[in-house]
Design a protein around this ligand. Structure first.
Ligand code: 4AD
Ligand code: MG
Length: 476
């Protein structure tokens, strides 16, 4: 079907020409002004209908959500609010949307309502903007790593290993769950399963990315990851996308530099490429925040926040310094934190938020966490207590990136496996890279949906992925 994209018709370049437009009706005013969107732009195109010359039955079918095709002349708009409009000569309805039942009307719907209608929510301006930005971010990420000399590796989605050691895995099996074969000890006979051993959906592509980095030098994965953690929060999904660069010969400082450089690059790209989407989302955020108490509003607007990250380095402090700051904080002294603060604890979201939102008011990189609370593969520091870990925390979201320098010393890694109860023969291939030409290396995982949250100002992770998977919810 030959047609013009609405994005081509919004400025005056094609004025005077005959054009064909397809799209979905947003609004229809006075039986004359039809506002149409085809996804090529956040903005709608105004079509001016000849209400006397058009069949009345047809006019009634021009309702919100209907799909149409129109032919006419592109003219400079008489009204304010748009540069151009189409003087329609012929219009046809390709698909009706009965207003009695079509759920997406031109009023403000709640995000909860739209989540239940996730198959139709793309048709709202908010989700139009969010998903254009999501696309732009993923494109910029590939661009960043490509220009920085990285190779993208597709790491497996089905794996036998639990990279993070948290046991939060979805099992993959073709066994009949009603008739599971058992061995002599009464345990599941995984030999009879598809892969002949237990397997699961990956929680991270890191371990395999490390293998690639040990020859290709700089690699990254960008794939789906799965976590069966039963946490129903606004920042957790059971299925999310993660970007994991891994670089041979990098240490923790190089790793932090890479993370900051990557963030700066992708945010700069979307600031350049999606100004109207960002303005729209910034306005949406400030409108939404008007209903919140002053202390829950963002101090900076969305665009200001993004600029701030592109223009300023992150604060870098150690975990130990962070614990000291927290223990000297007002909320700690006034017993306002729900969870205890002492050296050795895993920081809770309330602690991270205090650090980035109250203390520093900007992104912070925390390093050198206690070994006990981090994964087995992180490099042990000389103090014997901490590991060369880094978490990038950002306002409004908390942890955006988690990474580390990796343990490259075979003997230390063997001790770590023992301490974490990881049978060496399960990760023999990982150990082999320490046996043959081992080298210092480092990498991190950037949670893609958390990045989209940060870049769009959306406050629930379910609203930045087309079809969220969360506990008790895998609709669509
Ligand atoms: O900190 P995590 O668990 O680190 C890893 O998986 C490492 N293997 C990464 C590496 O070093 N290559 O996860 C990394 C990031 C987090 O910082 C967070 O942004 C995101 O992934 N993330 C989640 N995002 C959405 N839902 C969840 N359930 C997430 N869990 C982690
Ligand atoms: Mg983490």
């Amino acid at each position: 079907m030959k047609r013009h994209a609405i994005s081509e018709l919004l400025d005056a370049t094609l004025v005077g020409q005959n054009v064909t437009v397809c799209g979905w009706v947003r609004t229809f005013r006075n039986n004359q002004f039809l506002s149409v969107n085809d996804g090529s732009s956040l903005e709608n195109l105004q079509l001016v209908i000849d209400r006397e010359g058009t069949d009345e039955v047809l006019l009634k079918r021009l309702t919100t959500g209907a799909a149409i095709r129109a032919k006419g002349t592109l003219v400079e708009s008489q009204g304010s609010g748009q540069a151009t409009e189409v003087d329609v000569k012929v219009i046809e309805v390709l698909g009706d949307a009965d207003p009695e039942v079509y759920p997406i009307q031109m009023k403000r719907h709640t995000m909860e309502f739209l989540r239940e209608k996730a198959h139709l929510r793309f048709r709202t301006s908010t989700f139009n903007a969010v998903f254009r930005l999501r696309h732009g971010l993923q494109y910029a990420i590939h661009e960043y790593f490509d220009q920085a000399g990285f190779y993208m590796l597709h790491t497996p989605i089905i794996t036998g290993s639990d990279a993070e050691g948290a046991g939060e895995m979805f099992q993959v099996t073709t066994l009949d769950l009603n008739q599971v074969p058992k061995n002599e000890e009464g345990q599941v006979d995984h030999g009879a399963d598809f892969f002949g051993k237990p397997s699961n959906l990956t929680v991270s592509g890191q371990l395999e990315a490390e293998l690639g980095a040990m020859a290709l030098g700089k690699v990254y994965t960008f794939g789906p990851t799965f976590r069966a953690e039963n946490s129903n929060t606004s920042r957790h999904l059971a299925e999310f996308w993660m970007i994991e660069p891994e670089v041979a010969f990098n240490d923790l400082t190089d790793n932090m530099d890479l993370a900051e450089d990557c963030l700066r690059f992708v945010l700069t790209k979307v600031l350049e490429r999606f100004p109207s989407e960002l303005e729209f989302l910034a306005k949406r955020e400030s409108d939404t925040e008007k209903q919140l108490p002053a202390d829950q509003r963002n101090e900076m607007g969305l665009i200001e926040r993004l600029r701030f990250v592109t223009e300023n380095p992150c604060v870098r402090i150690t975990y130990t310094e962070a614990i000291d700051l927290l223990r000297n904080s007002k909320p700690f002294k006034k017993n306002k934190f729900k969870y205890p603060v002492e050296w050795g604890i895993d920081l809770q979201s309330e602690h991270e938020r205090w650090l980035v939102e109250k203390k520093f008011k900007q992104p912070v990189i925390l390093t050198d966490y206690p070994a006990e609370i981090k994964a087995f593969y992180m490099r042990s520091n000389d103090d014997g207590k901490t590991v060369a870990a880094m978490d990038v925390l950002v306002p409004g979201i908390g942890e955006l990136i988690g990474g580390s320098q990796r343990e490259e010393r075979l003997d230390v890694l063997k001790e770590k496996c023992a301490a974490f109860d990881i049978p060496e023969d399960h990760v023999w291939w990982y150990m082999d890279t320490r046996r043959f030409g081992t080298a210092p290396h480092a990498g991190f995982g950037l949670g893609f949906e958390r990045l989209v949250m940060f870049a769009t100002g959306m406050t629930n992770i379910r609203d930045v992925i087309p079809f969220p998977r969360t506990p008790q919810n895998a609709e669509f």
